[in-house]
Write a protein of this length. Sequence first.
Length: 257
Amino acid sequence: MLVTVEHDGPVAVVTMNRPEAMNALSSALRAELAAAMVAVDGDDSIRAVVLTGAGTRAFTAGLDLKELGEQGLGAANAEAPAANPVKAIEHCRKPVIGAVNGVAITGGFEVALACDILIASENARFADTHARVGIMPGWGLSQKLSRMIGISRAKELSLSGNFLDAQTACAWGLVNRVIAADDLLATAKKLAADIASADPAMTQAYKALIDDGFALPFGEAMALEHATSSARNAQVKGGEVEERRKAVMERGRSQAG
């Protein structure tokens, strides 16, 4: 299998499983990854997802350029939306944590950027080589990266094709934290379990609000929040808030201890 899915309680670990080719995104792997993400999205027992790559060398090295050299880029462009792994990650209602265990290059960088949260191992490196390969990005890298790290830094990466190490990626705000390689998956799963312990309907609605607002001008995003908050909060009863407040306080005490 080119993509494996492991269930650990309410957490699904989705692994791109082509380590001998640095988890390069062949047409078959792209289709399997998209199908896996659609499946976890539709599984009510899953509340959070960890996406990673097999082995220690690569999260994913991006599109399989050898395959594209044989088939032509038109083959990838003509793929049905159901076989687009980035769209499947983006459309997943469950929070997706990218555990970047090695290089994430070009199309692989775009797969990483589709995740909601990124955690990197000390071995992680990021690169956008679209300009050097002569292919324009089509999975969002040209627009997402500048919004995450600033337009000047995005231009530096994308126009040079240089690699960005994990610590610098963290300092620039691309990843949330850098973890020892041996601890990466456990850390990502722990965070996923924390997210999964919240009410899933609330988590999914909140994720949607953040994503939908981020795509809007600030004023429109604030109006969206106000409308969403007014409609949803009107349905919450005072007794429910009190019970949840107690649970939050108890959780805070246990974490502090």
